[in-house]
Design a protein around this ligand. Structure first.
Ligand SMILES: [Zn+2]
Length: 238
């Protein structure tokens, strides 16, 4: 038996003390498999385009870094098309580009091998990752005690879940819809990402086509409420 286990033997047998009790907490609480009960977590934050996901990802990275934690930021198909996370309000941070062949576990191990700590991953644009990457995120949490915070769209332009988003919904410890509201042109809450080609909502095509939200782009995306997504009505300005 280790000293840690000897010092806190009752943690396994009773609930952790609440803030009104002795206030000490029980950081060493471990499951019967010997691993921490309250350790790393996989969290998925989702929302439609323009809801501030990348801004929130960078803010979270900043908050953790300020607490002395070390993390890596990853992305795929960022709007800048470079190895960085950029947000619409002008924030930017260098990032590791996630490719089909990238193994997130190897990324963390290689970083550790360089003597750099990795306490957490910020995975932006996670809905564009492969399902395998999501499995790797889960393993990083369970086997490496690395927190993984994933940010991304839930559904594609057909209003169907991205495979990686589906896997995140299935596996994540915590799933949260980002609460910054994006409004449809009608004033209702925006929920779905419509792909617009030549001024019309299209419902067939490749799952990922890079476009923009600028009105002038050949392929653009517009966030609509479900009612106007289903009717294909882009509003009076279109
Ligand atoms: Zn609407």
């Amino acid at each position: 038996m280790t000293d840690d286990a000897a010092a806190a033997p009752t943690c396994l047998a009773r609930p952790l003390p609440g803030p009104d009790e002795n206030g000490i907490g029980c950081a060493a609480a471990r499951g019967v498999d010997g691993r921490p009960l309250h350790a790393a977590a996989l969290k998925f934050f989702w929302g439609p385009m323009d809801c501030g996901k990348s801004t929130m990802a960078l803010q979270m990275n900043y908050n953790h870094a300020r607490q002395g934690r070390r993390g890596l930021v990853t992305t795929r198909i960022d709007r800048s098309l470079g190895p960085q996370v950029t947000s619409r309000i002008g924030l930017a941070h260098s990032a590791v580009e996630v490719t089909d062949s990238l193994d997130l576990r190897t990324l963390v191990r290689d970083t550790w091998a360089e003597g750099v700590r990795v306490d957490y991953l910020i995975c932006d644009e996670a809905s564009f990752y492969n399902v395998e990457h999501v499995e790797q995120m889960a393993e990083l949490v369970d086997g490496y005690d690395v927190d993984v915070y994933a940010f991304g769209l839930a559904t594609d332009f057909r209003s169907c879940l991205f495979p990686a988003a589906q896997r995140l919904f299935e596996l994540a410890d915590e799933v949260a819809r980002i609460q910054i509201e994006v409004l449809c042109w009608c004033g209702r809450e925006g929920l779905l990402n419509a792909r617009v080609v030549d001024g019309r909502v299209v419902r067939e095509g490749a799952q990922v086509v890079i476009g923009d939200t600028a009105d002038t782009a050949d392929v653009r995306y517009q966030v609509l409420c479900r009612r106007h997504y289903r009717s294909g009505d882009l509003g009076p300005r279109s």
